[in-house]
Design a protein around this ligand. Structure first.
Ligand SMILES: *Cc1c(COP(=O)(O)O)cnc(C)c1O
Length: 371
């Protein structure tokens, strides 16, 4: 496999997750791996209750607060169990025992899984489901009706597998809005006050696997039932400032380094968004100008800026495309095993040069393999 850098041996990594991390953050971790400056040991070898780790987790939180412009009445939690545990923890805390139903807007595979998992805890209403259309778009406001007595509404802001993304939050009035933002967290500004809870597994855009970031509004904490095991109770985690048990220290440390990088390199999420839009536009332009050779999966106005999903004219060409791409140093362009095709995941840490290199590869492949 050809690498783009003789120094690092790294290839262009289009992995959907765990995804590419900023080189600068990896280098910093490498530099301090044996010994954190002034500490005398690695971040993996010190107490999670030490001053040094307390400074790291506080800085990670502070960075996230800054980037999202988080008001004081939102808490930042660093939890474990992945986004998948949130599929269960949300209904455990806010559905079970309420006598209400939770409304789900399902725009892809992850949302479908979240709604299934919620059904283990209570009543679920799927108020819109894109499945029959192959999950190619999000609904327009008039197409669904959330119930005014719903316990909450759940959405997936970016469907990683199908490459479909909400541009703006659906209007849900006073009903708490819960959002799985695993694959577009910190990729653009969000109107955070529209959300009661927003969660993201770190491994797509914010760090390595092992930590899940949960942003939760203060008033929700008061609703957490006290008969839940503490590890499944948001209030208990908030009271313990994410140190109820030993947190995934190294993963939290990496989130700090990645968010340091975002602040240093971009300053704010509007700038991050600008960069991500430029990258996505390059690939969608290749698709749109290929006279049907490359076919985008999502409807143009619902396309993801993070996961560019597309097909080639037939499966034989797709196979050839993926094999040649891999040999040329473009890693993990295969679509999710459930949908096939191709997918280029272009998270924050994917440099513009990587996307430009992929554009050239796609244009060459098209030229060399005409129909
Ligand atoms: C990857 C992903 C998940 C699953 O995350 P885990 O941390 O593996 O549980 C859930 N939702 C979305 C949108 C994802 O992209």
């Amino acid at each position: 496999m050809e690498s783009h850098s003789a120094v690092t041996g790294r290839v262009w990594n289009f992995s959907p997750g765990p995804g590419v991390l900023p080189l600068a953050a990896l280098e910093e971790a490498q530099r301090d791996l044996l010994c954190l400056p002034g500490v005398g040991a690695s971040v993996m070898e010190i107490s999670h209750r030490s001053k040094a780790f307390e400074a790291i987790i506080s800085a990670a939180e502070e960075n996230i607060r800054k980037l999202l412009h988080l008001p004081q009445h939102y808490h930042v939690l660093f939890l474990q169990g992945g986004a998948r545990l949130q599929f269960a923890m949300i209904p455990m805390n806010f559905l079970r025992g309420t006598g209400k139903a939770a409304d789900f807007i399902v725009t892809g595979s992850w949302g479908a899984m979240a709604s299934k998992e919620a059904q283990t805890q209570g009543q679920v209403r799927v108020v819109w489901d894109g499945k029959t259309e192959g999950y190619r778009r999000v609904p327009t406001p008039g197409e669904y009706q959330v119930n005014s007595d719903a316990a909450y509404v759940h959405i997936t802001s970016n469907e990683t597998i199908e490459g479909v993304q909400f541009r703006t939050e659906p209007q849900v009035g006073d009903i708490p809005l819960m959002c799985d933002a695993s694959s577009d967290f910190l990729s653009r500004p969000v109107a955070i006050e529209r959300y009661a809870l927003l969660y993201a597994g770190a491994q797509k855009n914010a760090g390595p696997a092992g930590v899940t970031i949960v942003i939760i509004r203060e008033d929700l904490l008061q609703r957490c039932p006290n008969d839940l095991p503490s590890m499944l109770n948001y209030l208990k985690h908030a009271e313990a400032r994410s140190l109820l048990n030993t947190p995934p220290c190294f993963a939290v440390y990496m989130v700090k380094l990645v968010t340091d990088w975002l602040l240093r390199e971009f300053g704010n999420l509007a700038k991050v968004d600008e960069y991500n839009r430029r990258k996505a536009a390059i690939l969608y332009e290749v698709i749109d100008q290929s006279q049907g050779y490359y076919r985008g999966h999502a409807h143009p106005e619902h396309r993801s800026l993070m996961n560019v999903t597309f097909r080639l004219p037939n499966e034989a060409l797709e196979k050839k495309f993926l094999a040649e791409a891999a040999a040329a140093g473009f890693m993990h362009l295969e679509g999710h095993r459930s949908v096939g095709g191709c997918r280029a995941s272009i998270y924050n840490a994917m440099p513009l040069e990587g996307v430009e290199a992929l554009r050239e590869f796609m244009l060459d492949f098209w030229k060399n393999n005409p129909l």
